[in-house]
Design a protein around this ligand. Structure first.
Ligand code: NIG
Ligand code: FE
Length: 434
């Protein structure tokens, strides 16, 4: 057995009892905190945790009192104490002295488009000169620009380019990642993207989920109706590689009726929806998502009380993407109103070349606090457990819970949740554990 014990944790945050798959309303601020704690990992799973002063529990780790003395002022940060041979095989027992650092669940980013080719820096300059996202798209830029670049890029090259971003977000503390297709916009390109996502899934220790977003924009050479039919025709093949289905249900992209048709076909192939809704207009996307029992409805920059009402009592997670609001200058989602209505809320990065060229979930968490007025504890739930729910992995990861994957961030000494949002650009990660 491979075990790791983290000792001298200043604050162990994000503790949730077993069986809690998401946190709603006032409960979003309720993830537990243990000060001056230890945590034990066995074969990559959280085995147990407790307070350093709790001698009984600590003794149950089988460590000597010398090992438990704290804080250690000398010696290496990570020391091997085990290596005991047993009949069952080798025991590798590692002790990590957190030296007062915080341990928190790693981030769960439930909405990204990080498989793409090239860059859209040219459009960034157009944007700085005053063009809006919709104006850039209407000029043939935007998603279609990325689609052209994708067709010119080989599958291996697309994988390598995307892996640069995957490695970047893993180093920044993301341990669960949803990735969408949607820059292929014709059968060969969409399948190429889904195969690349499958390769990423096999290549990294993080949990990866794939979403088929054929209906991201009308592909070149199709009429609107021809393309909706093409998306429906792609579903059987896409369903072999995708976990979920998405439609950009918004002004200038796909209508509620298109979305209804596409999701109806997706359901026949077992694809649960995750919908792009209410980014550019009050689109009806939330209501059509709820009708199809969507796992999540995402963006929500523009929502009325009707959307909040539509989400009450459903299994659908609202997901807001403050990085897009920041980059595009859109309104921020009404996070406080959603929480006050008793709804759950997740935050995700939307990492993509057009509206959010960053997958930094710590920045997303900070925007959740600074711009959306979430408390640091609520923002933590939004970027961990609720994000995990929005990609269907919350029974596996997203909180400090016995039995879950030990997807954890160990910070440098002195950090706490408030500082994470307050000193929002200061490096804070000492180690990401998987
Ligand atoms: O989530 N809104 C639609 N899709 C992406 C943007 C994709 C792009 O511009 O490349 C988004 O913001
Ligand atoms: Fe998106």
């Amino acid at each position: 057995m491979n075990t790791k014990t983290i000792i001298n944790i200043g604050e162990l945050v994000g503790i949730v009892p077993e069986g809690v798959e998401r946190l709603c309303g006032a409960d979003m601020g309720s993830m537990g905190v243990l000060r001056d704690a230890w945590l034990r990992i066995e074969d990559g799973r959280i085995a147990d945790f407790g307070k350093m002063e709790d001698i009984d529990s600590f003794a149950s780790l089988g460590m000597t009192s010398k090992m438990s003395s704290r804080p250690s002022d000398r010696g290496p940060r990570q020391l091997q104490i085990g290596g005991v041979k047993q009949a069952s095989g080798e025991i590798s027992d590692t002790v990590i002295d957190a030296k007062g650092g915080m341990v928190m669940p790693a981030f769960c980013d439930s909405h990204t488009h990080l498989v793409y080719a090239g860059s859209r820096e040219g459009e960034f300059l157009d944007k700085l000169a005053g063009l809006s996202y919709e104006e850039i798209a209407a000029r043939g830029g935007g998603i279609l620009n990325s689609s052209d670049l994708l067709h010119e890029t080989s599958e291996d090259d697309l994988f390598e380019q995307s892996m640069v971003r995957v490695r970047e977000v893993l180093a920044k503390g993301t341990a669960a990642l949803e990735i969408k297709s949607g820059y292929g916009l014709r059968p060969d390109g969409e399948m190429k993207m889904l195969r690349v996502i499958a390769r990423i899934r096999a290549a990294v220790p993080a949990l990866v989920r794939a979403t088929f977003l054929g209906a991201h924009a009308v592909g070149r050479g199709y009429t609107h109706e021809e393309y909706v039919r093409e998306v429906i025709a792609m579903i059987p093949q896409a369903a072999e590689l995708a976990d979920y289905i998405d439609v950009f249900c918004d002004k200038g992209f796909f209508t509620v009726e298109d979305t209804d048709r596409i999701l109806t076909e997706g359901a026949r192939y077992g694809l649960r929806p995750k919908i792009h809704a209410n980014e550019l207009a009050v689109s009806g996307g939330v209501q059509i998502g709820v009708k199809h029992n969507a796992l999540s409805v995402d963006h929500l920059e523009r929502t009325t009380d009707a959307e909040i009402e539509a989400l009450k009592g459903t299994d659908t997670m609202p997901v807001m993407l403050p990085g897009s609001s920041f980059f595009l200058g859109l309104p921020y989602g009404r996070a406080r109103d959603f929480v006050a209505a008793g709804l759950p809320l997740a935050l995700a990065s939307d990492y993509n070349p057009g509206s959010s060229p960053s997958g930094d979930m710590r920045f997303v968490m900070a925007l959740g606090c600074i711009k959306m007025k979430l408390t640091p504890a609520e923002a933590l739930a939004a970027v961990t457990l609720n994000g995990a729910y929005a990609m269907g992995v919350s029974t596996e990861t997203g909180s400090v819970t016995r039995g879950k994957r030990a997807d954890l961030i160990l910070t440098e000494p002195g950090w706490n949740l408030t500082r994470l949002a307050y000193n929002y650009t200061t490096p804070f990660i000492r180690e990401v554990l998987f």
